[in-house]
Design a protein around this ligand. Structure first.
Ligand SMILES: [Zn+2]
Length: 463
């Protein structure tokens, strides 16, 4: 990582190296003729989330701050604004300079609302505090993006920060902070309303000691909820869970969770490399999107770790091809892949006002083709504004439709022979794999969702 060379008073070369404890032990054993000195204790660098929290606030402390009181410090004022934004459940907190004063504004449901104005003299200091929290140190003329997290009443809140310069460049930037509260509910797979059979299969698969379990599907379709549920279910004191995430969305009690930070060189691959030195049982790699991360994740799965990760593909059957694109040899994929999952969130029809419609012959064929008995009717959303449940939206809540591909010998064989997605899906379907389109049509047949919704969210989006 770091090397410099100088000579000692006898002109013998001295090599400096910043190294890991394990490597140091090896060097000591191997080199008899060199003197190895440790000049500083080597401590495992901790990038766990709790250490990454820049600030802790409580609702009580925020309520005790009176921004109008004379002795209120600039730091208290900044904390007060952050606390107000969190308490109001705002989407953004804006810190703007207008005419001759600073203004805190929050936006909520698209409406901007002024929280507090403060004097010009405080501007530099208040923004400075927010810049420090955001680790922004560059000159004022730069537009910078950053982020920080605070613990608010013990639960994490993430702020994504955009600093925009003024035209005259000599004043600290305006800041806009987007809030994201992390979900602190602890959910397990049992809370996800999965099919009984899928739930059993999923539980059996995640209890494997090693291998790779990949989750796929577009963003915002509940992938992380499923992954956290699986991790929560496996979480026990004797199990060491390490995660590299971007961003961390939920805290897992006792787990070592690290935030990816490309600026500091904490990439998925770098974090994964450091994890492997501390012998975790389960590793979550937030996303595999480059060959280096792919290789490390597969390597970890191959050497006794259970690895969870996500891949940006549309369906479970597309996973082997994507891994091949990421330069993973087919044999390695076949040796490590335990399962591939894909899911979509679909809206659930409001049961009070949904409207029955006859099934057309074309629709009947769609059901028959996937082995589902065509229902007598399908349902469309109602639009009655007087509906007490949905006020005319027609839908009430969402549910996940998921497919779970557990390769058997035949599929593993296809993977080794680099067969494509179609061949893999067809072979798996013969053994009972129910792809997304089938799962979605089943929900339509059950009257849980509309044909329109199934087509839009699932059937037309599955490659
Ligand atoms: Zn309704």
């Amino acid at each position: 990582m770091f090397r410099a060379e100088v000579e000692d008073e006898d002109r013998r070369p001295i090599h400096f190296a910043l190294t890991e404890l394990d490597q140091l032990r090896q060097v000591r054993q191997q080199s008899r003729d060199a003197e190895v000195r440790v000049s500083a204790p080597v401590v495992e660098s901790s990038s766990s989330f709790v250490h990454a929290v820049e600030c802790r606030l409580t609702a009580d402390a925020v309520r005790r701050i009176d921004p109008d009181r004379l002795g209120t410090t600039d730091e208290q004022l900044a904390h007060w604004a952050l606390g107000q934004a969190i308490m109001a459940n705002a989407q953004d907190l804006h810190v703007m300079f207008e005419r001759s004063s600073g203004v805190f504004r929050i936006s909520k449901d698209g409406v901007l609302q002024t929280l507090y104005s403060f004097s010009e003299q405080r501007w530099g200091s208040v923004v400075g505090i927010l810049r420090d929290l955001s680790k922004i140190s560059g000159p004022f003329f730069q537009a910078v993006s950053s982020r920080f997290s605070i613990l608010y009443d013990g639960s994490p809140v993430d702020f994504r920060v955009e600093a925009t310069p003024f035209r005259d460049f000599d004043r600290p930037q305006n800041m806009s902070l987007r809030l994201r509260r992390m979900d602190s509910r602890i959910r397990t797979l049992g809370d996800l309303q999965m099919e009984e059979g899928d739930l059993k299969q999923m539980r059996r698969l995640i209890s494997r000691p090693d291998g790779m379990f990949l989750f796929t599907g577009p963003t915002c379709h509940g992938k992380s909820t499923t992954i956290y549920a699986a991790l929560n279910e496996l979480n026990r004191p004797e199990i060491k869970i390490m995660t590299a995430e971007d961003p961390i969305e939920q805290l897992i009690e006792g787990a070592h969770q690290a935030q990816v930070d490309n600026i500091k060189g904490l990439t998925f691959a770098a974090l994964l490399r450091s994890f492997l030195r501390s012998a975790p049982n389960i590793i979550l790699v937030g996303e595999i999107r480059d060959p280096e991360t792919a290789e490390m994740a597969v390597g970890a799965a191959h050497t006794g770790h259970l690895v969870f990760s996500t891949l940006h593909v549309r369906s479970a059957a597309a996973v082997p091809t994507r891994l091949a694109d990421l330069k993973i040899p087919a044999g390695m994929v076949a040796d490590t892949l335990i399962a591939a999952q894909s899911q979509r969130l679909i809206r659930v029809l409001c049961p009070l006002c949904k409207i029955a419609a006859a099934v057309s012959p074309a629709e009947a064929r769609m059901f028959e083709e996937v082995g589902i008995e065509p229902p007598k009717a399908t349902y469309a959303p109602g639009s009655d504004r007087r509906c007490s449940r949905c006020q005319g939206r027609g839908y009430n809540g969402v549910t996940a439709v998921m497919e779970l591909l557990e390769p058997d010998d035949e599929v593993f064989d296809l993977i080794r022979r680099e067969a494509g997605m179609r061949a893999i899906s067809v072979a798996a379907e013969k053994k009972g794999f129910k792809p997304l389109r089938v799962q979605a049509l089943r929900r339509v047949a059950e009257g849980q969702t509309s044909m329109e919704e199934a087509k839009k969210k699932v059937i037309f989006t599955v490659g």
